[in-house]
Design a binder for this molecule. Structure first.
Ligand code: GCU
Length: 677
């Protein structure tokens, strides 16, 4: 049965006869020279893919002697490619590729060319995707290269096999049996990532264990790195700041202490002995109780630079997280990362990337963009998205995240005038930085289908595609993913895609509409909890409902978080007349009777929005039921059950939130709305 294990690499037969004949005539054999592991991976993938899609076994030949040869190579390893003198290759860098239909020896060929074998692998996946999505493969001229250099998954995986905020089983990494036993799944993981251009993986949790830097664990990490290398994927590790004490026997982890500096240098040298292409460290320091340089009255910059110095001789990087918020007493949480980091702009070494989340609080269903974007022109900023749905329904709700990624990436910070989008900043283009990067907190685990919810695979997929090209359209990505993962039948693809594209907005509507945030159950992060209070946390601080109204005043009359944005953005957010309704309560405390642009009062709008989120899920349930014949039975039932659960929980969110806020508004539900008994 279809269990989802093959992800978007299912390679099911092309049934449309004329298309199939056409594909078969264009691709009959492969010609390639060289024997690097990456090239072999590319050829193997093409052979598996074409066998599945077209039922042909592609012979691997030395010369181009018939029409329908697929020629694969780099100018330095393949004479036929070198002879073509392909001008396009000049700008393609190390990872780009060219796919081109042309004549060689008077034979029609398809060429996949690049400067490295990794480019060939990426190009092979692209060609396969064209067939999987039923595009023409004649007269091809495709020139592709990634816009962001480091496209990295962050696994929040613990050494005991659990995954922090993981909802798809346990960790993929079998630490017990590594390095001797290499689960074949590691290769499939690498294939999936390579197919979408992901080129790095941080394999352990940001809440790090120092043990992962001991020799025992480094050898295990090295075994994984060996599996991933042919697929262009580098391994990174999180580094616990206090490791010199915990595993090094030192008395301090002070980043300016000569012994500490030496310890990290030797540790890094040791890592590179096992993993010659090790990517570097990801560090969560002085954040949520993690150790860091501030424990020694040193700054974030001093901490990051010390590690950067150790890594620099090996070309490794430090990805230093900017997720900090509890160190400035009494200050608005949304303002704190900016306050802590902005002052260090220009102080970081050239192999440091600072990594803020997309928004200033914490992966909420909707946040305004993080004000550090645009504010640190001399610093390489690496954007962190969360693919795992910690605040968006875990692996239970169908929520397609690409529109959310897009919302952040396309937002204009106005840092250097109009057009200073976050995409440009992350690409390093706004300031011509040397290194650029983007991270996604992985939603992958040991579940047979990798991500728990069959549709959660689309978020892993979309992250990769948008990391490669932040301008890519969520619609095209959904279209490709659906065709590769489920079916190319338009009567399936069209309605499901429509729902996917709207699904994140629906989730915002039934969870935290109009700029509300952090009103979930504070212990589990699941389900509504605007009333919740646990030691150190009070959900009320995040919505400030009272008899007068709802929302947090972050204008210049309130916490003045708006000040951290550039004037165009600041003014828009500061003024209740120009704030986009979807961010209203993030920045303003608004009277219940306030007239919204729709003409409804805030109270009515809130209720209406909560209800509309739930009805959207109900509509999707109907749509899905009607698609029974178009989906394999197992996944049909899985999604059906999950949608029913999503509906139930959406109603739970709606009823819990509406009834709770009603205790403040003391207003009746608008006509036609009822909370079920
Ligand atoms: C969230 C999440 C934590 C995680 C933290 C982080 O707060 O709930 O589990 O450790 O983010 O990003 O560091």
């Amino acid at each position: 049965a279809e269990n989802g294990y093959d992800l978007w690499l299912r390679y099911k037969p092309v049934h449309e006869t004329s298309l199939k004949n056409n594909y078969q005539s264009v691709i009959k054999q492969i010609s390639a020279s060289g024997n690097s592991a990456s090239l072999i991976a590319a050829i193997t993938e093409l052979q598996i893919g074409m066998k599945g899609l077209l039922n042909v076994s592609l012979p691997h030949v030395k010369t181009v002697n018939v029409n329908g040869t697929l020629l694969l190579g780099t100018p330095s390893t393949n004479a036929a490619i070198a002879r073509l003198n392909l001008a396009e290759l000049k700008d393609l860098g190390k990872e780009g590729y060219l796919i081109k239909s042309l004549q060689i020896n008077r034979r029609s060929c398809t060429v996949i060319a690049s400067n490295t074998d990794i480019g060939l692998l990426y190009g092979s996946y692209h060609l396969l995707r064209l067939i999987q999505t039923r595009h023409s493969i004649q007269k091809l001229l495709i020139v592709e290269k990634p816009k962001i250099q480091l496209r990295v998954l962050n696994h929040w995986d613990n050494l005991n096999g659990t995954v922090e905020r993981g909802y798809a089983g346990s960790s993929l990494w079998d630490w017990q049996r590594l390095p001797g036993y290499l689960d074949p799944r590691y290769t499939d993981y690498a294939r999936a990532n390579a197919s979408i251009g992901i080129n790095g993986t941080v394999i352990n949790n940001v809440n790090a264990s120092a043990k992962s830097l001991t020799k025992t664990y480094l050898l295990k990490a090295a075994a994984l790195a060996d599996v991933f290398r042919p697929y262009g994927i580098k391994v990174y590790l999180t580094a616990r700041f206090s490791a010199p004490i915990e595993i090094g026997g030192l008395k301090t982890a002070d980043p300016l202490d000569p012994e500490v500096i030496k310890w990290w240098k030797l540790k890094v040298d040791e890592i590179y002995r096992y993993i010659p292409d090790f990517g570097g460290f990801l560090v969560k320091a002085n954040s949520e109780g993690q150790p860091g340089p501030q424990d020694y009255k040193r700054s974030h910059a001093e901490g990051a630079n010390m590690m950067a110095d150790a890594l620099a001789p090996h070309n490794g990087v430090v990805m230093w997280r900017a997720f900090v918020y509890e160190n400035i007493k009494g200050e608005d949480r949304a303002k704190q990362a900016y306050q802590e980091f902005k002052k260090f702009d220009g102080d970081f070494k050239s192999n440091v990337l600072l990594q803020p989340k997309n928004g200033p609080i914490d992966f909420q269903p909707r946040e305004p963009f993080h004000p550090l974007f645009g504010a640190m022109s001399k610093t390489q900023l690496m954007l962190e998205f969360q693919i795992t749905q910690e605040y968006l329904g875990f692996a239970t709700h169908l929520v397609y995240l690409a529109p959310m990624f897009k919302e952040t990436l396309s937002t204009d910070t106005y840092a250097k005038g109009k057009g200073s989008t976050i995409a440009k900043i992350v690409e390093g283009k706004l300031e011509s930085h040397q290194i650029s990067g983007i991270a996604g907190v992985a939603n992958i685990g040991s579940d047979i289908n990798w991500t728990g919810h069959p549709f959660a695979q689309s978020n892993w997929y979309a992250f990769g595609r948008m990391a490669w090209n932040p301008e890519a359209s969520p619609e095209t990505i959904a279209d490709d993913w659906l065709k590769m993962t489920f079916s190319t039948d338009p009567s399936f693809v069209v309605p499901v895609k429509e729902y996917m594209l709207a699904s994140r907005e629906h989730a915002v509507h039934y969870m935290m509409p109009l700029g509300l945030n952090h009103i979930m159950n504070l212990g589990t992060h699941y389900g509504p909890g605007p009333w919740d209070k646990i030691p150190g946390w009070n959900a009320h601080d995040y919505h400030l409902a009272d008899a007068e109204g709802l929302g947090v005043d972050r204008t210049d009359k309130g916490s003045n978080a708006v000040e951290q944005y550039f004037p165009e953005v600041r003014q828009k957010y500061n003024d209740i007349k120009s704030i986009p309704p979807e961010l209203l309560l993030w920045f303003h405390h608004v009277p219940w009777k306030y007239r919204m642009p729709t003409g409804k009062s805030l109270w009515e709008e809130l209720v209406y929005t909560y209800y509309s989120g739930v009805s959207a899920v109900e509509k999707m349930q109907n749509t899905w039921d009607g698609l029974k014949d178009k989906v394999d039975p197992l996944r049909f039932v899985q999604v059906k059950q999950l949608l029913a659960e999503q509906q139930r929980e959406a109603a739970w969110w709606r009823d819990g939130s509406v009834l709770y806020f009603q205790t403040y508004s003391k207003m009746p539900l608008p006509q036609g709305f009822k909370v079920p008994a």
